[in-house]
Design a protein around this ligand. Sequence first.
Ligand code: NAP
Ligand code: MG
Length: 503
Amino acid sequence: MNAAANQPALSQATLDFLAREHKLFINGAWIQSSGPETIDIINPSTEEVITKIQAGTRADIDKAVVAAQSALKGEWAALSSRQRGKVLLRFADLIDENLQTLAELEVLDNGQPLMIAQYTVAGFGADFVRYYAGWCDKIEGATIPVSPAEAPAGGSLTYTKREPIGVVGAIIPWNAPIAMAILKIAPSLAAGCTIILKPAELAPLTSMKLADIAKEAGVPDGVFNVVNGTGPEVGAALSEHMNIQKVSFTGSTGVGQTIAKAAAGSNLKKVTLELGGKSPVVVFPDANMEKVIPSICRAAFFLQGQNCMAGTRLLVHKDVADAVIEGVVAALAFWKVGDGFQPDTLIGPLISATQRDRVMSFIEAGKAEGARLVTGGNAVGEKGYFVEPTVFADCKPDMTIVQEEIFGPVLSVLTFDTYDLDEIAQLANDNVYGLSGSVWTQDISRAHKLVSMIDSGQVSINCHAAVDPAIPFGGNKMSGWGREFGKEGLEPFLKTKATTVVF
Ligand code: NAP
Ligand code: MG
């Protein structure tokens, strides 16, 4: 494997973007950070520094909050809901026009295969924004048929209005940067909020490109701001800020808990948390093997397993365990590890040396605790943070690799020898997380019964992690608070005002 081989020429727009000085986007302009620090942006396939960005500080968050507060009352608030939707539609069209640049930046910054980046920009960029553009003029309140305040029957009217919650602080991870950014920006803007986005320091480039695109689309100054920096400073400044009304966070469970504490200890800002996962994939002997095997591979290894909804606990009935494991190993022969720009790459690098070392330490723990390594298990390549897709069989529920979110290309296989759904559900639920999951069987009654017993925000039947802008997604247990996507994903950006008028 040669990480740097066959890299296509980057588009001029990508080269121009990389060559710029990368400042902070506050109040509609790129401004100098108030601090001296810069962050090297590294291509995880080559370990080369591709550009540098300025790191913001608490003082920059203060500036962004002032801009976002003022923008809440200005031109943005004066737009009708339908005009706001049209701004979002222009934003979506411009995301489509910039697809190649956004995709190239995503591959350089995050390492994912180009085809996946292109698919993500179209599906989770443009289409996601269009979906939320459609909500702008459908955010409705209610009328409530009571007669409070001693009004005679028919002598009063009570109605509710849904208002933008205010200034939103959005904090995102590095694993699917553009999708994560859009998941915050689109519903915030549809609700009429203003937003300050803190990208992950390991992969901020597409978020920054989105700032240019939003400006070109006519998003008024101060409505969408991007402040780069480190989590402990800039992320904490957002979560502790007295003039931010909501934090929408995607990332690890530990940082989510820190943010919830910061919100509780400051102004009780509202918080949604999309956190980690360790999702079960449950396979019965009657499952369609032609479909289940490629789906197991996608569930576990999409985005190198750096994917919160990854199906990393394969629970398979003993009668088909050997056949399923053999099928997965055979299918993985086609999962080529390499630079995301090589057309046949399905597994890119992990995001960083730290992440690679963390994943390798889990692989060592799997071996040490007695799991059977069936395939993979190695870091590969002289440059770049590549790890082979790895499968462990004969896993037991209490093993580290079964309990912990690895966030890398490691699948742990457990078997069950029963059709007792209580027992199977207990195995599926034996984890602190509850984000996603899937059940594979032709017996539709069994499938629905088992789905109702699995404590996860999303459990699919005969597919894994069906994702669509309209389908709510989020976690139970330690996987988070609240939902993103769909109408439920808009709610956290709104607040209700109830008004009673007595005639
Ligand atoms: P992370 O370490 O929690 O970081 C996420 C973001 O939080 C980054 O922008 C980070 O800044 C920032 N941050 C760090 N410390 C902070 C603090 N004290 N206060 C406020 N913000 C802080 O997560 P990650 O390693 O980037 O991403 C992997 C995790 O994300 C996994 O657990 C994965 O499951 C989860 N994830 C969940 C979903 C979902 O939808 N449920 C989706 C994707 C990923 P820096 O960049 O400076 O570290
Ligand atoms: Mg990077």
